[in-house]
Each structure stands twice: as structure tokens, then as C-alpha cells.
Design a protein around this ligand. Structure first.
Ligand SMILES: *Cc1c(COP(=O)(O)O)cnc(C)c1O
Length: 333
């Protein structure tokens, strides 16, 4: 079976850069949604804990339950709970859902400051707070999300200004210990002097941040994908390889087939259009469970930086990584 290696030194290197920005490990919430961006929920949770990270962000309750013992604080982004929990905080994404949260649940209010995806409208914040009080929920934080923090435009500044107004409104309602956070990876890296209570960091920790608006050169990719050989054969100039016979062999050579296909998360758009870090050419169409390369190696490094296959497939590293199936074995190195 193809397998994943996770480079702990690279992960810690990335966390060093991140904590340099936040000025404290306590202000970093590692984003572990979707199987920790394909890296393995338990594997990344254990490495993050070893580093000293105490906070995590996930998408749903099932993920939160798996990592409960690794962290002091967990934020669930998109699920209304059926019972309250001490450790787990839940996001209010829509003012109309406030009445569905069980009494005394710890909640964080998401505010839409420009992205127009999730969160209550800026004009609804006071009403939302009144409803939260009426429902007897425990409001711990107010947060927002940036839509273009990785682009050099004025939008990042506009959203920061909008969020400042929200902070004022919330504080004027008499909340003393309430926390505020807005930064994802790309936003955090733009701060000269980070002054919020927490940053929610995903892609930068995994070493695949791409941004026009900050220096990303020191981040190192954590995940490598290695496939094992199924078979080898000698082929002659003019032979055609794989489904649809889409690749014609240019000169006599040895080729091999490896156990990583689109069902495992190999983007099929890369068929006939990908070269591995060690210069092995992908030939023919990617099949469901396998793919062929000009190579004789028993083990083949498919990629060690998800931004590269992402570019070839016209997508982003987030999609390449989260497409990797959870059953792929992980080895921490
Ligand atoms: C996924 C997500 C993040 C992490 O974003 P990165 O770009 O990976 O750092 C932060 N906040 C929210 C609300 C998210 O959904």
C-alpha cells in the first residue's frame, strides 16, 4: 500500500515560525479539520501536543471526540451539539440557530465581516448577543474569517476594520473576558505585531501556505506520499500505456505501475501531466487504484510538496491534501 510520511522536524519548524508571530504557543489553535488536512488526525494531534500546542479547531463533533485528550480547548466550526461539554466550544454560524444550542453550551459567535459565507451579519451582532443570553449560553469568543488574506489587496484591511467595530460593540455589551480571533495562516503572517487572542492555523503548519502577501519561503512541507510497485515491464517505442492508450512510449524503456490511484486521492487531472520530485514521468491515465511511471524503483516518492501537484492540476494544496484517503498509513519521521 502507498503510505504517507510526516516530517516532524518540518512540522516543528513551521510551528516555530507561527509561534514567533503569535508570540506564544497558547495563542495558536492548530486546525485539524478533515483528517488534519489529510495528514492524520491522531498523528498531527500528538505531534502538536508534543510541541506544546494546547488548542485545536475541527469541523465536527466526531473529530473533536477523537482528539479530546490531546488539547485543553477545542473549537468545532460547524455542528450544533446535542449536549454541552467543558472542553469543546461550538460555533454559531447563523442567528436563527441560536435557539437550538443546549443551555450553558460554550459558544463562539462567528461574524460575517465581508466573506458572506458563514456568520451573523455585522448588523445582527447585538441581537445575537441578546439571544445568546436568553438561551443561557456561555459566550466565550467572537471571531471572523478572511476571504482574501493571501492576496495583496485592501480586503484584509477592510475586514480588520470591520472586526474592530464588532469588538467595540461586543465590549460595550459588558463582556469582560471575551476573546477575539480572526487570523487564518495567511492573515497571521501579515501581522507586524499580532495582538489578538488566538490564531487558527492550518495550511502554514503543514508547510504548504501560498501567498502573495507574505514571505512563505521558510515553511517546509510536512507530508510526503510514497507508493509501492505493483509490477514492472519493458516497453518499446510506439507502445501505448493504460486506459484509452493516451500515452505513446517515446523510446524503449522500463516502466512500472504503483499502488496509488485516484481512489486514494491522486488527482486524475494529472494524467500524462506530472513529474515526481525525482524526475519520474507519470505516463498514461491515472487508474482507480494505481498509476504508471517511467521508473524501476520499488518505492516511488510521488510528491513531497503538495503545492506542486496542485499547480499541475489547477487546484490548491488544500484539495490535494484533503483528497488523501484516511486509510493511507502514516509514518512519523
Ligand atoms: C480552515 C479554516 C482555518 C484555517 O485556514 P488556513 O488557511 O488553513 O490557515 C481557519 N479558520 C476557519 C474558520 C477555517 O474554516
Amino acid at each position: 500500500m502507498a503510505y504517507i510520511t510526516l516530517n516532524k522536524n518540518n512540522f516543528f519548524n513551521n510551528l516555530d515560525i507561527i509561534t514567533n508571530k503569535t508570540k506564544s504557543k497558547d495563542k495558536v489553535a492548530i486546525v485539524l479539520k478533515d483528517n488534519a488536512y489529510g495528514h492524520g488526525l491522531i498523528e498531527v494531534a500528538s505531534m502538536a501536543k508534543e510541541y506544546g500546542i494546547t488548542k485545536a479547531v475541527v469541523r465536527c463533533q466526531v473529530e473533536a471526540d477523537v482528539i479530546k485528550d490531546f488539547f485543553d480547548y477545542i473549537l468545532v466550526l460547524a455542528e450544533i451539539p446535542s449536549f454541552k461539554s467543558d472542553k469543546i466550544r461550538y460555533t454559531i454560524n447563523d442567528i436563527k440557530t441560536i435557539k437550538k444550542f443546549p443551555q450553558e453550551t460554550k459558544v463562539e459567535l462567528k461574524v460575517d465581516t465581508l466573506m458572506h459565507r458563514n456568520g451573523v451579519d455585522m448588523g445582527e451582532v447585538e441581537e445575537a448577543i441578546n439571544l445568546i443570553k436568553r438561551q443561557n449560553l456561555n459566550l466565550e469568543a467572537v471571531f471572523t474569517h478572511h476571504r482574501s488574506a493571501d492576496e495583496l489587496s485592501s480586503e484584509w484591511f477592510i475586514q480588520n476594520e470591520n472586526f474592530k467595530k464588532i469588538k467595540k460593540t461586543v465590549l460595550s455589551k459588558g463582556f469582560k473576558n471575551i476573546r477575539f480571533h480572526s487570523a487564518n495562516s495567511a492573515s497571521l503572517m501579515r501581522y507586524e505585531n499580532f495582538d489578538e487572542d488566538m490564531a487558527r492555523v492550518g495550511i502554514a503548519a503543514y508547510g504548504c501556505l501560498q501567498s502573495d502577501a507574505c514571505d512563505v519561503s521558510e515553511f517546509k512541507a510536512v507530508l510526503s506520499l510514497i507508493a509501492n510497485k505493483n509490477s514492472s515491464r519493458s516497453v518499446k517505442k510506439g507502445d501505448r500505456i493504460g486506459y484509452g492508450a493516451t500515452y505513446e512510449v517515446k523510446k524503449d524503456c522500463k516502466i512500472s505501475n504503483y499502488d496509488f490511484g485516484y481512489a486514494d486521492g491522486f488527482c486524475r487531472l494529472l494524467s500524462n501531466n506530472y513529474i515526481t520530485p525525482c524526475h519520474n514521468e507519470l505516463i498514461g491515465r491515472i487508474s482507480m487504484d494505481n498509476s504508471s511511471f517511467i521508473s524501476e524503483e520499488d518505492e516511488l516518492l510521488i510528491f513531497d510538496d503538495a503545492t506542486i501537484p496542485a499547480k499541475g492540476a489547477g487546484t490548491i494544496a488544500y484539495e490535494v491534501l484533503t483528497s488523501l484517503k484516511p486509510y493511507i498509513k502514516k509514518v512519523i519521521k
